[in-house]
Design a protein around this ligand. Sequence first.
Ligand code: ACO
Length: 430
Amino acid sequence: MTDRKATLTFDDKTLELPIHSPTAGPDVIDIRKLYAQGDVFTHDPGFTSTSACESTITFIDGDKGELLHRGYPIDQLASKSHYLEVCYLLLYGELPTAAEMEKFENTITRHTMLHEQMTYFYRGFRRDAHPMAIIVGVMGAMSAFYHDSTDISDPRQREIATHRLIAKMPTIVAWAFKYSIGQPFVYPRNDLDYAANFLNMCFSVPAEDYEVSPVLARAMDRIFTLHADHEQNASTSTVRLASSSGANPFACIAAGAACLWGPAHGGANQACLEMLREIGTVDKIPEYIARAKDKDDPFRLMGFGHRVYKNFDPRAKVMKESADEVLDLLGIHDNPTLQVAKELERQALEDPYFAEKKLFPNVDFYSGIILEAMGFPTSMFTPIFALSRTVGWISQWKEQLSDPAHKIGRPRQLYTGHPFRDYVEVENRG
Ligand code: ACO
């Protein structure tokens, strides 16, 4: 914090507003006293110029294409670390010592089972329900099954809820998948690592042996790591807003998952792969690029563009390498979807429209190709994103609750409806 001030002058008023300097990123003008002192609001739909909280978890420099978790760059974390270590880092602020890591892994591993009664809850859904519909329901229902970790004023209960969410999400998501394909639920195996256990719960069946490939488990772990947190995106802001009212952690995380589902956010990976399949062959690409540029056509290139990244998405780079590795391992060399993706990326990046608007492939552009090659249907892409992001949501939730200055989130509005008018009796209308 500094003594610098911004001066705002309007009508006959002049207000001095404090300026805060972050450790990285643009300065912030503190407008909290603006309404009280100046009787005006700021107007910023979509929050394009608004900082809604103070945070020490994740930093993004959209111009440089930089993503840091607690200061560590995502490409180093993706290549040298692993998901549970990144979870620890996001939650507690520092990389764990070997002993801390062992304890954390042990805690997560011992909470992977779901309450058995929850299997009946799954069975209440239609088999053809989108897995996200099931997951949002089951996450919210956790507050009905785990009452003993819903008191947010108790730090121990907060900790238990955090561990439960990270530990149980793979089981929740894998079971939504199993339910949708009519296969029996596979119970978690605590001898496997986090990603391998998830793959085992998704792809093993009681009738035969299934061995998780270490390369696929590594690729899965990398997908989890790359999606772990992304500062104040739409779903995380939803979690913070829900939490600001004092709602329990499971309800808050379910709210975040519901927001993530939209195609402009976590639903983009499913939409992107469906688009690549619809394009089908490289000769059709110019037609789709022309449609994306046409203002009268609502079509957008899914997996392109980002609110914050205006140079490149550092996660997309790592994801592209992973896609090559996974397809190599599986012996998939002439995958038409990948060919369309690579050529679409090349043509779009050469097109002045995309360059001028600073539209680059985002993390979702390549993740779908990997997940499809692993055997996941497109409907599972957003659930896997939700699984990965749970740690980000819960870390931000934890941070918000530990800030004594946090308040209920309550935006105001620029009202453009009718001013006051008297009620009109029905016989006098029209
Ligand atoms: N294809 C074509 N044009 C685009 C695209 C796209 N994918 N994205 C943005 N544009 C254009 C817009 O039409 C707009 O043009 P205009 O200035 O002439 O009106 C301009 O670029 C700016 O776009 P906005 O929508 O204003 O940018 P915003 O920051 O609000 O949106 C978003 C970002 C939602 C990600 C957008 O780029 C998009 O819809 N992309 C496709 C969906 C997608 O991939 N989402 C995943 C995001 S990453 C994530 O959640 C993991």
